[in-house]
Design a protein around this ligand. Sequence first.
Ligand code: PEP
Ligand code: MN
Length: 461
Amino acid sequence: MSTTDLDDLVDAPAGAGAGGLDSWRTLPAAQQPSYPAGADLDSVTAALRSMPPLVFAGECDDLRTRLAMAARGEAFVLQGGDCAETFAGTTADNIRDRVKTILQMAVVLTYGASTPVIKLGRMAGQFAKPRSSDLETRDGVTLPAYRGDAVNDYAFTPEGREHDPARLLRTYHASSSTLNLIRAFTTGGFADLRRVHEWNRGFVGNTAKARYEVMARDIDKAMKFMAACGADFEALRGVEFYASHEALLLEYERALTRIDSRTGDPYDVSSHFLWIGERTRQLDGAHVDLLSRVRNPIGVKLGPSTEPDDVLALIDRLDPDREPGRLTFITRMGAPRIREALPRLVETVDRAGGQVLWICDPMHGNGFESPTGYKTRNFDDIVDEVRGFFEVHAALGTVPGGVHLELTGDDVTECLGGFEQIDEAALATRYESVCDPRLNHQQSLEVAFLVAEMLAARAAS
Ligand code: PEP
Ligand code: MN
């Protein structure tokens, strides 16, 4: 994250006169918790409103400027992290290894793209999940579905699955300590380019990844060239790293929306970047309304059923001024569909003069259940969707601006394939995700090398 002046952020009072920040309350809101009678949501939101901001308005503005560069092809976005963060997973090692994985990937992508890579964690706030079913049945017992640690517990018991507003406060604190460590890691020397490069040499050196050796050697040569030219590596000891999550729980996001007294504009200070999910992007719905009113850069997920008219209407609602960097479309079509579903959306936006950033989420359209009952994804499908994304943009002369990945720094076995050839039998050995399957550390780096090849080919053409 960039350093910024301490902005003067003040609470946005409830009700009228607060820039319509409460008008979502009159609209249909999908995927919200249903708290039991007597649960004290009001005291929780009052407490949240008194908490310090997790991010500053100026940082959100800086990110918007960076994302505008990505929309023009002058930068590339790497957005990644868990499907669902958990309170138990908020440990130093876990956070460090995710940051490390993203930094390693970013160096490879920077080399491939020959542009800066914007590092955007799906971190420090990704604690709430939309679900396709309200209920889950196991062995004849039916309970409320797990909706993320911000809402209820993963433990399959009636008490665990009850929705509890006090979890919103734990969400704030878990996000705060995660961000604190991210800020320390990314400014305190851990992100030193020379060190990240050494980690990548370890990745290529340890396993038979001949395909990536050429690029790894080229990066090595580039580093030596920089050193010979007298590059100031000390200045490369810190990096900008931004946070993002799905803005799902409206009470939480509203309680953390503050007015920037410099400008009078509202910012959702729970994170730098917020996105609206595929299940909550209804044009007349509460999520679109609340996010239309905050100044943060925002995203919307677009699945295969999205119509061109939907994207035009979303632009009108969320980015009426066509401000570069404000709006990102994160497409998640599925590998078999992307080449046919994406072009008409991109063409429509392009013709209408929309200034959006296109990011590819190759995860959410490619899930399936293994015969052994694990939610999984194929490494090759993930790569194929990204390849299709690049092909579509190449054919249209538009910009493939980034990738959005579910990943972890751990050696889990949740997605099939990759160099380690994780197969269906191996899924059982280390499946830890409480929601969707993530790329493990090795698979994440492999994806980075493959996407870097696509970026390099694009830069050369
Ligand atoms: C997610 O990103 O975890 C998610 C639920 O995605 P989508 O809204 O695209 O289904
Ligand atoms: Mn997910």
